[in-house]
Design a protein around this ligand. Structure first.
Ligand code: ATP
Length: 304
């Protein structure tokens, strides 16, 4: 079993008497794309800020690569939490150059050229950052977060307010970073359909507490939600399954089709059972829950 690259133990942050996050035990493995999900005010930004050293937790510990985390610069965590800090009157190249100088990066020009290519801002020339679109600003923020070649990249709502093309651009860049450089990515987003396209694991925060962590495989395999069976002999299917799956007339969605909610976990069992009975089926479909459905199921019906 691989060590966690980031682990938090009992991490809490209080503002006055109120917990912004409470007793968070998060586990992030190297190479994961970890989606952090929660409603507004759930505590996602606070957790990220504690991990990147922007704020001090009230209680608990953070371990990076198994070592107690004290000095942020030693562990190379890049982050884009809240809007990127850009020099509006400078070009993308100049913004990156300032950061390279501040971090004493070697071979600055080559590094900047690679970063600009990575985020597809290599053709922006002298254009000032304040004239960039939201997506370009976010991509420059991403490049700035990558200046130190971080092992872990933390992004808070990086696609908020962007158009579908801009969102796809950020996704492609992140997937490329993760695949080519093995960068671990922690990303929060309210756009769960988008997150579900590339996250490999998820953590759900509700009212400051991390209520669960699960992998994309779990989402695929365990959150199955229904089986739909269509047959010209649907009454035979009904009779065969009625008792075992407690079916009633309400399971008919039309004259030839039955839908069995929560039956999908047992879809193999159902299909084998019907196969053994030798009943002809026109359709046998397993519907998976979406990430949003699963989130709502786990948090008691609240949309993120
Ligand atoms: P959003 O999706 O809206 O960005 P979030 O999940 O990132 O929300 P946080 O910004 O971490 O949530 O906030 C968690 C809680 O902590 C909220 O109740 C918020 O009001 C509170 N909080 C955050 N920062 C501060 C602060 N500086 N002072 C007081 N309360 C704060």
């Amino acid at each position: 079993m691989q060590n966690d690259i980031i682990q938090t133990q009992g991490l809490s942050k209080k503002y006055g008497k109120k917990f912004a996050i409470k007793n968070i035990n998060a586990h992030i493995k190297p190479g994961e794309i970890y989606g952090l999900i929660g409603r507004n005010g759930a505590g996602k930004t606070t957790l990220m800020k504690c991990i990147n050293g922007q704020i001090q937790p009230t209680d608990g510990n953070i371990f990076v690569d198994g070592k107690a985390y004290k000095d942020q610069s030693a562990v190379r965590i890049g982050s884009l939490v809240e809007s990127p800090n850009l020099y509006g009157d400078c070009s993308a190249y100049e913004n990156l150059m300032y950061k390279c100088i501040a971090l004493n990066i070697k071979d600055k020009k080559r590094h900047i050229a690679e970063l600009l290519e990575l985020v597809e801002l290599d053709k922006t020339g002298k254009k000032k950052a304040k004239q960039f679109s939201l997506g370009m600003k976010q991509r420059l923020g991403l490049a700035l977060a990558m200046v130190s070649n971080p092992k872990v990249l933390m992004l808070d709502e990086p696609i908020n307010g962007m158009d579908p093309q801009g969102i796809a651009g950020i996704r492609e860049t992140l997937v490329k970073l993760n695949r080519d450089l093995g960068t671990t990515i922690i990303i929060s987003s309210h756009i769960l359909d988008e997150l579900a396209k590339f996250a490999t694991r998820y953590g759900i925060i509700k009212d400051g507490e991390l209520i669960t962590e699960f992998s994309s495989d779990t989402l695929e395999n365990e959150s199955l939600s229904s089986v739909t069976v269509k047959s010209p002999n649907i009454n035979e299917v009904y009779e065969a399954l009625k008792e075992k799956y407690r079916l009633s007339q309400e399971n008919f969605i039309d004259a030839n089709t039955l839908k069995i909610q929560d039956g999908a976990e047992k879809h193999r069992e159902i299909s084998r059972f019907l196969y053994d009975k030798n009943i002809y089926l026109e359709e046998f479909r397993v519907d998976h829950m979406s990430l949003e459905d699963y989130f709502m199921h786990l948090t008691g019906g609240e949309k993120p």
